[in-house]
Design a protein around this ligand. Structure first.
Ligand SMILES: [Zn+2]
Length: 214
């Protein structure tokens, strides 16, 4: 449009200015994510996006195959590579048993679980969980009175994703399958049992009474 000022002008930066701007951006980014010197930020965003796209693609393949064989109405094709995969997963879960492709779909589903776990580890590695350990009650050397958050997620060697209690913690043998560097350690497969152990306090109290009575 004649007479309209250009709303934005390409800035002309000298190489030094550009370098300074990039340096500033790096510093701001580091400050924003709270990464301290010596820590290694995981490439979280890329990993999560890759996993989202891959799970969506696999879910759509399975849903398409089911639709092709059963003609049961399926969700419309996803709008982007990062769309929500859940409608396709729900569709597959509801309708897979009408087909004979379970053997074909099973390894794809296993891959999704595996990828999700790896991505969770990327995001969660080193994170403390906002839970008080039911065995040590958060007693640590720094917090002798308890109450500290001691459950931490680690991606351990061998692709094992585990919760490790870093408190002064010795659960009874039947409550812990593995130890890691002297700390009780629960691999992903035990997390459902763990989740039950950190249920509301009323349940915990009832459970504690049972333990005392037995
Ligand atoms: Zn503990």
């Amino acid at each position: 449009m004649p007479g309209t000022a250009r709303p934005w002008r390409q800035p002309h930066l000298t190489p030094e200015q550009a370098e300074e701007r990039d340096q500033q951006a790096r510093i701001e980014r580091l400050e924003r994510v709270g990464v301290m010197p010596g820590e290694h930020p995981a490439p979280v965003d890329v990993g999560v996006l890759d996993t989202m796209a891959s799970i969506l693609a696999d879910a759509v393949v399975i849903a398409d195959e089911i639709h092709h064989r059963t003609l049961i109405a399926a969700p419309e094709a996803p709008s982007t590579a990062y769309a929500d995969a859940r409608p396709y997963l729900n569709y597959a879960a509801r309708n897979l048993h009408f087909t004979d492709i379970a053997d074909w779909a099973a390894p794809i589903a296993c891959k999704m679980v595996d990828q999700t776990a790896r991505t969770l580890a990327l995001v969660l590695d080193g994170q403390f969980l906002d839970v008080e350990c039911p065995w040590c009650h958060g007693v640590t050397e720094q917090a002798p009175a308890g109450g500290a958050r001691t459950w931490r997620v680690y991606a351990l060697p061998g692709d094992m994703i585990a919760i490790v209690c870093e408190g002064i913690c010795e659960p009874p043998h039947r409550e812990v399958g593995t130890w890691w560097r002297g700390h009780p350690c629960w691999p992903l497969s035990d997390w459902e049992g763990l989740a039950r152990r950190v249920m509301p306090e009323a349940e915990q109290a009832a459970h504690a009474r049972e333990m005392i009575a037995s």
